[in-house]
Design a protein around this ligand. Sequence first.
Ligand code: GDP
Length: 298
Amino acid sequence: RRLVEGLSKTRDNIVSGIDSIFSGFSSIDDDFYEEIEEILVMGDIGINTTNAIIQNLKEQVAEKKIKEPSECKQLLIDSIKAQMDVGETAYEFENQKSVVLVIGVNGVGKTTSVGKLAGKLKDQGKKVILAAADTFRAAATEQLSQWANRAGVEIITGQNGADPAAVVYDAIAAAKARNADVLLCDTAGRLHNKKNLMAELKKIYRIIEREYADAHLETLVVLDGTTGQNALVQARQFKEVADITGIILTKLDGTAKGGIAVAIQAELDIPVKYIGVGESIDDLQKFNADEFVNALFD
Ligand code: GDP
């Protein structure tokens, strides 16, 4: 239910249009497909992914000898799901110690997402430690400290401008000493300086490998859902500099561009693991492609 509410703008954008097509057409012809295509592209699903979806839909219609437009709706839903199949969902943090590196450019909701994730894991009974390794942005550490308070978890910080890898090093020591289950590291993401970012991440990875080799490692990129296709561009750029294991797609509550989740999974083959649907600590949800598509067409 919350998912449906959180996605209401995206739903309005995609579903109402689709429904009028299914009821407005009496036969399945080129115009019918074109109108579906237009709605998917307008819904930020992206032209490549949309083409693949329409192609798949056409094949299904031919194969199943479907004649009625109304019978296409479920096929369309299935075609979208098929495009999103990356065979992976959010990591469960069950049995192994974990380190999560969270990267993203300023303003996308990175610190907020780290705070929300900390709260979520704490609620599940996990011992969580935060590392304020975004030492580049002056207010980041202060802001993350507030989230640590809110979530009731410990935080390791460094001086402004300190080496992020040094903060991660200290945080690993703390995580080990306190037997923490999850170490969440808020790191920077200065895409305009890819070389530095790459070097910084490499250094952090080396330290994790050396100091905490048995921990499960996740690298999550935070993207702002309201930026639509730009989020896809950013994800591509981050993919060039890091081994991304998943995406956190934020601000889906305020946008009609939620279809970008489909494009990200289909075109980058990276799973969206969490979505942000609001500003409070409970507004981070595990992402599941099937549920997401069902919620869009509910
Ligand atoms: P950072 O610079 O990437 O660390 O971004 P912040 O975490 O500071 O977030 C930037 C703004 O986006 C803040 O005002 C957050 O409250 C807001 N924000 C983050 N996630 C969400 C979300 O899922 N929904 C909404 N509506 N706002 C969000």
